[in-house]
Design a protein around this ligand. Structure first.
Ligand code: 6YU
Length: 503
């Protein structure tokens, strides 16, 4: 009976919780989640900072595209976790594309603010190029292998002649474009846009709706989902070391029953199962690719694990006594005026890692957060930052802001930074389609084992997690949908009459 099958889910992030939720609702009674840490949520992690102990999001921030089609939005509404404004029809209809339209303040490395009219042409020029770089997915052309190479070539080719007549303003515009290019690395979760596939850049789909947050924290979502599930469904501190599939011996503690999969944890515990859904991050799979599965991953799956992109985006939260930005400002850009050529990689990471951090969001509303900024930093510069002490980071960031504002007394009073790369069970922040990869690689990641055509017991090991969703990779809704997809795959397997399921 399907209800009696032992199903194990590895990972208590949104994909794992989503998979368990769907299985339980479909009548599977023996579902357990094995989670390596002492908490659920994974890359959804809400923390506290500041005088008022306000919530901050160390991992996922926004519901990207909060509208009816987005399952995270639907759940957030159902659990009453969202503000009236976020749920309004007007917000849901808003189509901002990849970028939310924030009110910015631009600061220069020469010290002080840049006038909006100086910025507008460079901003429009760069944003148009970025939009164009997403068009190649539908046309099937790929004039350059990566987004970075395309952007650099197009900036050279299309820079208006009249810009070149005034050397000084030309250099400033290039420096602004460089600020945006570095910020794009944070958004895409990559070290450099030279690593992001141009042909697949448009695969990532945006949904309508003005990005919104969870006023009481993103973790409220996973907590609410868990409350609807059996109390002991998550087994914490169970670090899965190896998934043995096509397992022929009798399973442990199974009264002689033979199970096709046996899970071995780092502490020596074992768990037998009919089916296992793996939801660990792509970063984790990359790091443990040769030991996590026995027999190992088939070559095409291993190849995609190795080739697909998984980078690091970190946040540095800073609390100030009073703001140095305008009251209506939502986003702060820093422009290094000596960077007049497009290059999103810092030459000497140890001495200049801070140059990679070119954008800060202002946490709003001020009444809730106080004066708090969230700095964004991606790539190896951000991984290096993780190795420094909090005091060193605070010192470097203070020097940076002092330089850009020209205010020698400016000093953040508190700092908190994320360290996703050194997080043992995330190993980075989120996935991207790397140069040389395509949708086929995402399909390979998602393909269950044994592969089709084998005569072993089917669907022993299934794969979910944000990196396995072909249009919403790198997001919470992509991860959730992937968990549901794998649960539905099992449900369909045991109810042949309704064997079609949505992916
Ligand atoms: C979103 C956003 N957002 C910022 C930052 C980060 C991410 N995302 P999980 O890792 O959660 O769960 C796996 C579990 O497995 C975990 O609990 C582990 O402990 C456990 N585990 C691991 N190994 C194990 C073992 N051996 N044994 C047992 N257990 C084990 N998404 O929608 N909005 O604002 C952001 C952001 C700093 C780090 C984000 C955002 C990404 C999401 O957080 C992430 O996708 C999901 O939470 C993953 O859930 P999961 O269940 O799959 O894994 C073209 C183009 C560009 C495309 N990119 C566009 C960018 C859009 C995304 N932008 C995001 C930016 C922010 C701000």
């Amino acid at each position: 009976m399907a209800q009696d099958l032992q199903i194990l889910v590895i990972g208590g992030g949104i994909a794992g919780i989503g998979a368990a939720q769907k299985l339980i609702k479909s009548g599977f009674n023996n579902v357990r989640i094995l989670e390596a840490t002492k908490r659920s949520g994974g890359r959804i992690q809400t923390g506290r900072l500041g005088m008022c102990d306000n919530i901050i999001e160390i991992g996922a921030n926004f519901i990207h595209g909060p509208s009816k089609e987005n399952p995270v939005f639907r759940l957030g509404c159902g659990y009453q976790l969202l503000s009236e404004e976020s749920m309004s029809e007007e917000n849901q209809a808003f189509d901002s594309g990849r970028h939310t339209l924030f009110i910015p303040n631009w600061f220069s490395s020469l010290g002080g603010k840049l006038a909006p009219e100086t910025i507008a042409p460079a901003l429009e020029f760069f944003m148009n190029l970025l939009e164009r770089s997403q068009e190649f997915y539908s046309t099937g052309e790929e004039p350059f292998p990566s987004v970075g190479e395309f952007l650099k070539a197009e900036v050279k080719r299309l820079t208006p002649e009249e810009w070149k007549e005034d050397r000084e303003s030309f250099d400033l515009r290039m420096a602004m474009a460089n600020t945006l290019l570095k910020l794009e690395c944070s958004y895409s979760g990559t070290h450099t846009m030279d690593d992001v596939s141009l042909g697949a850049f448009g695969m990532y789909k945006t949904l309508p709706g003005l990005d919104c947050t969870f006023p009481r924290g993103y973790e409220g979502l996973t907590d609410s989902m868990l409350k609807e599930l059996p109390k002991d469904i998550v087994l914490y501190n169970k670090q899965v070391k190896c998934v043995h599939w096509n397992y022929s011996k009798k399973g442990p503690n199974t009264e002689g029953t033979s199970f096709p999969v046996v899970i071995e944890c780092s502490n020596g515990e074992t768990f037998a199962a009919d089916h296992v859904i793996i939801t660990v991050s792509l970063g984790y799979l990359k790091q443990h690719q040769h030991t996590f599965l026995s027999p190992s991953f088939p070559p095409q799956k291993l190849h995609s694990i190795q080739r697909m992109g998984f980078g690091t985006t970190n946040k540095i939260f800073l609390e100030f006594e009073k703001p140095f930005w305008d009251e209506d400002c939502e986003l702060i850009y820093l422009v290094w005026e000596d960077e007049t050529h497009l290059d999103d990689v810092v030459a000497d990471i140890k001495t200049s890692w801070i140059r990679k951090m070119t954008g800060f969001t202002v946490l709003k509303p001020t009444e809730r957060y106080g004066h708090v900024l969230c700095g964004w930093i991606a790539g190896r510069e951000s991984e290096y930052m993780e190795t420094l002490s909090e005091d060193e980071v605070l010192h470097t960031v203070t020097q940076l802001l002092l330089k850009f504002t020209g205010n020698p007394t400016l000093r953040p009073r508190k700092l908190l930074r994320s360290q996703w790369f050194h997080d043992l069970y995330s190993c980075g922040s989120y996935s991207y389609v790397a140069k040389g990869c395509s949708g086929r690689d995402i399909e390979n990641l998602a393909e269950p084992l044994p592969l089709k055509g084998s005569d072993s017991k089917p669907l022993q090991v299934l794969f979910a997690g944000e990196a396995t969703h072909n249009s919403y990779f790198s997001t919470v809704h992509g991860a959730l949908l992937s968990g549901w997809r794998e649960a539905e795959r099992l449900v369909a397997h045991y109810t042949p009459a309704s064997a079609s399921f949505k992916s």
